[in-house]
Design a protein. Sequence first.
Length: 195
Amino acid sequence: MFCASCGSEVREGQMHCGSCGAPAPELIAMHSGAPIPPAMPVQPQYAEQPAAYAMNGINPERSSLVLRTNRAWWKFLLLGIITLGIYPMIAHELMIMELNITASRYDGRKTLGYAAMGFLSALTLFVYFFVWGHQYANRLGSELRRRGIQYKMGAVHFWLLMVLFGFTIVCPFIYLHKTIKATNLINKNFNETGI
C-alpha cells in the first residue's frame, strides 16, 4: 500500500508512513479501498494569522522582526503622565534595543540601555549622561546616513537642545521628537529592506 500524503510505499501493519509520518487513518483508508479526499496543500503557519505574527514582531513575508514605527512625542507625554513616568522609560529602553538591532552588526557597537545609563549617571554625578547622550544621538545620525535617510540628527542636537537650551520647556520636547522620528525612520527602513 502507499501513503496518501506523499505517495511512498508503506509496509503492511505500519501505523505511520516512514517518509512523512502520515497517521494510520489515511493508510487504513487507502488499504481498505475507500476513496481518499485529495490532500490539502500545506500552507505556512503564518498565512492564517498574519496580524498575530506582526504583533509579535515577526514579518511573515521574510520571517524576521518588524520594528515599531508609530511612536510620537505626544504619546510619550500623555502616557508618561498616566503611568507616572514609567511608559517613557520603557519606550526609551525599547528604542535603544531597536537601534542595537539595526546598527550593531554594521558599526560593532552597542548602546547601553536607558535604565543602566540612569544608574551610571547617578554614580558619576551625571557626567555619564552627557557621554551617553552624545554617543546615542551621534549613533542615530550615523545610522540614518548609512541607510541614506535624509533626516538631520546628531550629537549637535543633543548638546544644543538638551544641554545648552535644556532649561527651556520646548527644546527637550524638540529633541525627544527628533529622537523618536529618527528611530521611526530607521525602523521603517529596516522593516522594508530587512537589513
